[in-house]
Design a protein around this ligand. Structure first.
Ligand code: NAD
Length: 267
């Protein structure tokens, strides 16, 4: 029998180093804040440098440990740079959260090759090569690790007009299982989260575009959203699921998808 560990100990990430992609805003920012609160040193990587620095300031103000790298996750070379940056700054890499993603709507009949390529390059290729770069460091460190992919409910149920996005997220769920199978021998657990509607800058922008209004005027917390709970999630509600998968609360979970959709799939 394993020795008893308290809940506080199981959630404690002191001594661990986490990389969160797209951590400047939305779900990524909330996730970075929670991982830092649990004690991890966090690398914030984002293509939006000012948002990344804003997120980092929030962590510093709460006495957390953080470093920022400006990187475009669709570039394989940037995945390598991020992993190297984590090692150079903090000496190790334990947790990768593949969160960066875009979700531009485009009906099939209007979808361009450029849009398809961009969505797949960021959401799918970016996640795969970030995982490759991180896994190399985790294996070299000999301490196992966690890779957490932020997929979407769209991997399981298409919203419509999101062909490229749905393909990227469906692919991400299968890659989660594939990588879990390959990397388990090194003690690296790979899982995914499938959020439903989350009140983030990206989602507000998407809703505003559909409504033809400015994104600043949209507050998704005020909208009825499909699902049993009838509301959009706060980004922190996704961060808490990621925290579970990053912590020792989930040592026997790998190759899994946690659906956090407020009951979207059952209405
Ligand atoms: P968001 O647009 O609010 O934030 C995304 C962040 O990723 C931004 O800071 C952006 O600058 C960054 N980013 C975009 N392209 C990048 C690139 N090429 N390289 C590095 N960083 C990049 O989005 P969000 O709603 O927080 O979404 C985060 C993840 O959650 C995405 O993968 C998205 O598909 C997924 N998701 C969101 C929802 C939702 O309702 N918001 C639902 C399901 C899944």
């Amino acid at each position: 029998m394993t020795h008893y560990r308290t809940i506080a100990d199981l959630l404690d990430l002191h001594g661990k180093v986490a990389v969160v992609t797209g951590a400047g805003k939305g779900i990524g920012r909330s996730t970075a804040l929670r991982l830092a609160e649990a004690g991890a040193a966090v690398v914030i990587s984002d293509i939006d440098e000012s948002a990344a620095h804003e997120a980092a300031t929030l962590i510093t103000q709460s006495n957390g440990t953080v470093a920022v790298i400006h990187a475009d996750i669709s570039l394989v070379a940037d995945s390598e740079r991020i992993a190297r940056f984590a090692i150079e700054n903090f000496g190790r890499l334990d947790i990768l959260v593949n969160n960066a993603g875009i979700f531009p709507a485009a009906p099939l009949l209007e979808m361009s090759e450029a849009l398809w390529d961009k969505v797949i390059d960021i959401n799918l290729k970016g996640a795969v090569f970030a995982a490759q770069a991180a896994a190399k460091r985790m294996i070299a460190g000999g301490h196992g690790g966690r890779i957490i992919n932020v997929a979407s409910i769209d991997a399981l149920f298409p919203t419509g007009n999101l062909t490229a996005y749905d393909a990227s997220k469906g692919g991400l769920v299968m890659i989660t299982r594939s990588l879990a199978k390959e990397l388990g021998q090194y003690g690296i657990l790979v899982n995914a989260v499938a959020p439903g509607g989350v009140n983030t800058p990206g989602a507000r922008q998407g809703a505003a575009a559909i409504m033809g209004v400015s994104a600043d005027t949209v507050d998704l917390s005020q909208f009825p959203v499909r699902g049993v709970l009838g509301r959009a999630a706060d980004p922190d509600e996704m961060a808490r699921v990621v925290l579970f998968l990053a912590s020792d609360l989930s040592t026997y979970v790998t190759g899994s998808l946690i659906v956090a959709d407020g009951g979207y799939l059952i209405v």
